[in-house]
Design a binder for this molecule. Structure first.
Ligand code: PBG
Length: 335
């Protein structure tokens, strides 16, 4: 972006009145700087094995753990609203979890079967996955836990297998959310070696150790069993470190770089947008959405206006795409 042109405002220039460009809807629309449409939205969904399941996530009202049969008719409605991209997360039964997350790439994994079904029914939809150990791990961490430590390189092999299994099922975009070092390059190599050059990678590039993931961890029952995620997720105090992460991810082959969460990190979105040509996405995470649901329910906020202002601000900061639980409501408001 070019530097803004500053007016050298003096007392004799006081005939300049910015309000003239806000005086009616047509002029406001003409000078509007940021666009927000359904094409910018990515809707995160929670999948569950079984039939006839539609369990509401208490802290994210209006969002459910879906079995595939219940999901299909809804999927069509969302697509009719113009939402084309969906990020899928598995809610895995506790008895299928182990220390190495082996269910994540097992043939019988319902999540892989659901991807296959969705791709068959909606070939024009863009399906994005989650690649991390936590929903499958009995330790609830994104990497392997060895002697109480989250180890990096031994985790990569499982992330690679998971990615190839998802690509075989028909996923369009792989979403590594684990923050292990070197995983984008490792996954890229594994995908290419298996013949999946066209499968994209949206890297969780600057993912912070945030308090705002609570409702998501409730939805998947994926909270760490001990410790926290501070040895792999970023310190909320850090900004320049996001540049290192972005440079590495791009060099390793990321097609999109993501900032997560979005609202407390608008400066990071802006920073990556200004410094890199790779498209930037932002994850408007569960806790950020839960705050609005709760306040609106109490009558403390106007839900529609708050949602649109948040999404617009994330776009204004520089996000090309936004992952948000508000996607269907927002798309409805845009109609
Ligand atoms: C896990 C993962 C998390 C989210 C997406 N992928 C949670 C975490 O890192 O603990 C959070 C999404 C949200 O809060 O909406 N790899």
């Amino acid at each position: 972006m070019n530097d803004p042109v500053f007016l050298n405002i003096k007392k004799e220039n006081m005939n300049i009145r910015p309000r003239r460009n806000r005086k009616n809807a047509a002029i406001r629309a003409m000078v509007e700087e940021t666009q927000l449409g359904p094409q910018h939205l990515i809707y995160p969904l929670f999948l569950k094995d079984g039939k006839n399941i539609r369990e509401e996530v208490a802290s994210l009202p209006g969002n459910y753990r879906w079995s595939i049969d219940q999901l299909l008719p809804e999927f069509e409605k969302w697509m009719n609203l113009g939402i084309m991209t969906f990020d899928l997360f598995p809610a895995v039964d506790e008895h299928l979890k182990d220390q190495i997350g082996s269910y994540s790439y097992a043939d019988e994994n319902f999540y892989l079967h659901s991807i296959r079904t969705l791709k068959e029914k909606f070939p024009e939809a863009v399906l994005m996955s989650d690649v991390a150990l936590d929903p499958y791990s009995s330790d609830g961490h994104d990497g392997l836990v060895v002697d109480g430590k989250i180890v990096n390189d031994p985790t990569l092999d499982i992330l690679g297998r998971m990615s190839v299994a998802q690509a075989q099922a028909g996923i369009d975009i792989i979403g590594p959310s684990d923050m292990m070092d070197g995983r984008v390059g490792f996954i890229r190599d594994e995908l290419d070696a298996a013949g999946f050059q066209d499968v994209s990678i949206m890297s969780y590039t600057a993912k912070y150790a945030s308090a705002f993931y609570g409702p998501f961890r409730d939805a998947l029952n994926s909270a760490p069993k001990s410790g926290d995620k501070k040895t792999y997720q970023m310190n909320p105090a850090n900004k320049r470190e996001a540049l290192i992460e972005a440079e590495l991810d791009i060099a390793e082959g990321a097609d999109f770089i993501m900032v997560k969460p979005a609202l407390c990190y608008l400066d990071i979105i802006h920073l990556l947008k200004e410094n890199f040509a790779t498209p930037v996405t932002a994850y408007n995470v569960s806790g950020e959405c839960a705050m609005v649901y709760a306040a609106a329910k109490n009558g403390w906020l106007d839900y529609d206006r708050a949602v649109m202002e948040m999404l617009l601000s994330i776009r204004r900061a520089g996000a090309d795409g936004i992952l948000t639980y508000f996607a269907p409501d927002a798309a409805r408001m845009m109609k």
